[in-house]
Structures are given as structure tokens and as C-alpha cells.
Design a protein around this ligand. Structure first.
Ligand SMILES: Cc1cc2nc3c(=O)[nH]c(=O)nc-3n(C[C@H](O)[C@H](O)[C@H](O)COP(=O)(O)O)c2cc1C
Length: 155
């Protein structure tokens, strides 16, 4: 199987590699690769693909990857995931701040993935524009690596 990812600062890559290691430990033959290093998806029996979310969207290279390979992917078992500030789970601020990638309904319609999940990522205010930093602090947000908090919940 393939675990592909688009990752600007590495947090989606780390999650993709963790998925790949877990699948390998369960006996799957897994390639893990950044989106730019995946010329073809045809050889794989199943594909997991994830991307970080930026301003409510997947970066161009992630969206183009899905569109370019959608006909082939639609015939395979596919799982998609996003990595955003808060993921699916955060009770209050998460729902306020979380913005789904705007392409996700298009991709769900085209590929019919077995599942789609949003994992909590890294909030590093050094990467945010000034207005975002001010709003985030005003709302009482904490700039942390939220993946660690999610991993602690993993049984
Ligand atoms: C400029 C900027 C915009 C972002 N926009 C969103 C967003 O719209 N929705 C969201 O859930 N997370 C957003 N995030 C959080 C990132 O998705 C998060 O940091 C993620 O871990 C990045 O993954 P990557 O390092 O693999 O690219 C944004 C982060 C930055 C720096």
C-alpha cells in the first residue's frame, strides 16, 4: 500500500510515517512518500493520502495529486486525512477555528474514500500571519504540538 503526504513543515509527514510504521507492524508492504515523489498510484492495492490544511484548503500540490490520479484512485480502497490546527476532536475552540479543506467534498465525491479524518497538527505561531497570531492569543489559544496530545490518547 501507499501512504502519501503533502507537508509544508513536517507535521503531516510525521503522522503519515506513523501510519506507515503501524501498517508495516501489522504485516502490510508499505511505501511512504511525499506527494512530489509519487509518479504513479497504479501499482498499489490501497492508498492512504493526507495533507496539511492551509487557509481552509489543501496546498496546490496535494489537490493536483488527487485530481491527476482520481480515475485510478476511484477504483481502489482509499483513505484520506487532513492535518489541521485542532483536528476533529477539540470541543470549543477547535470547532470555531477548524476550517475543512474546501476541496474535501469534491474529493469524497470523486474517490469515495473508506474514511476521511482530520488529525490535530502543530500550532506554531511563527508560521502564522500577524492578524492570526493576535486573534489566536485573544481567544486564549495555546500554541503547541497538538499531535502529542492526540497520541497520548492512543490506546
Ligand atoms: C498560514 C497557516 C494557515 C493555516 N490554516 C489552517 C486552516 O485553515 N485550518 C486548519 O485546520 N489548520 C490550519 N493551519 C494549521 C496547519 O494545518 C497545521 O500547522 C499543520 O500541522 C501543518 O501541517 P504540515 O506541517 O504538515 O504542513 C494553518 C497553518 C498556517 C501556518
Amino acid at each position: 500500500m501507499l501512504v502519501g503526504y503533502a507537508s509544508r513543515f513536517g507535521s503531516t509527514r510525521d503522522i503519515a510515517l506513523r501510519i506507515a510504521v503501524t501498517m508495516r507492524s501489522r504485516g502490510s508492504d508499505v511505501d511512504a512518500a511525499p506527494v512530489g515523489d509519487i509518479p504513479d498510484v497504479a501499482p498499489y492495492d490501497a492508498v492512504i493520502f493526507g495533507s496539511g490544511v492551509y487557509d481552509g484548503a489543501w496546498p496546490t500540490e496535494a489537490a493536483e495529486f488527487v485530481r491527476r490520479h482520481s480515475a485510478v484512485l476511484a477504483r481502489k480502497p482509499v483513505w484520506l486525512f487532513s492535518v489541521g490546527s485542532f483536528g476533529d476532536g477539540h470541543p470549543v475552540v477547535g470547532r470555531l477555528i477548524k476550517k475543512e479543506p474546501r476541496e474535501i467534498s469534491e474529493f469524497e465525491g470523486a474517490l469515495h474514500p473508506r474514511d476521511y479524518r482530520v488529525f490535530a497538527g502543530v500550532i506554531d505561531l511563527d508560521h502564522w500571519p500577524a492578524w492570526g497570531r493576535i486573534l489566536f492569543k485573544a481567544l486564549g489559544g495555546q500554541a503547541v504540538d497538538r499531535r502529542a496530545l492526540e497520541f497520548l490518547k492512543t490506546p
